[in-house]
Write a protein that binds this ligand. Structure first.
Ligand SMILES: Nc1nc2c([nH]c(=O)n2[C@H]2C[C@H](O)[C@@H](COP(=O)(O)OP(=O)(O)OP(=O)(O)O)O2)c(=O)[nH]1
Length: 134
């Protein structure tokens, strides 16, 4: 079990995915663009944690996401799972300004120009949303 079990969601809308800019005051990775998400609590199901984080951070209700993660990253002490989210209710908006100071819908090309929390996120946006860019 990793010390940090983290889950994040890639909300896909047409050719874009929703990224958040981590607020400058944050202890870890301030100022980079990440995906809404956070730590899985002890005993909590990974997908249930994702649904909770999406509600808390961006105010959407996602049906229990199923299927395999679109991306898993094991990085030292951290294990991160990213799920594609293509259906939700409510309009995504920034509900926790301490976490993100900006939310932005980005294409793969736009993601490539940003400081990302993980280098593979540009490829992830391309894979999940890029097909409709053409
Ligand atoms: N939320 C999130 N965290 C990420 C991503 N990529 C990545 O390396 N991380 C890392 C940064 C943090 O060290 C760790 C936990 O995320 P976090 O900073 O959002 O969690 P947190 O403890 O502030 O808050 P909580 O939401 O778990 O309560 O995961 C990502 O795309 N989204």
């Amino acid at each position: 079990m990793s010390a940090h079990h983290v889950v994040a969601g890639a909300l896909v809308r047409g050719p874009r995915v929703l990224l958040g800019h981590r607020s400058p005051g944050r202890r870890w990775y301030p100022g980079v663009w990440d995906l809404p998400g956070g730590h899985v609590e002890p005993g909590e199901d990974e997908r249930a944690a994702l649904v909770r984080e999406l509600r808390e951070e961006v105010g959407v209700r996602a049906p229990l996401v199923d299927g395999e993660p679109a991306l898993r990253v094991a990085d030292g002490e951290m294990a991160l799972a990213v799920y594609a989210v293509r259906a939700w209710t409510g309009e995504p908006g920034n509900r926790q300004h301490g976490e993100h100071d900006e939310l932005r819908w980005v294409t793969a090309a736009e993601a490539r120009g940003l400081a990302l929390a993980h280098p593979s996120y540009a490829e992830l946006v391309e894979r999940l949303a890029g097909a409709t860019e053409r």
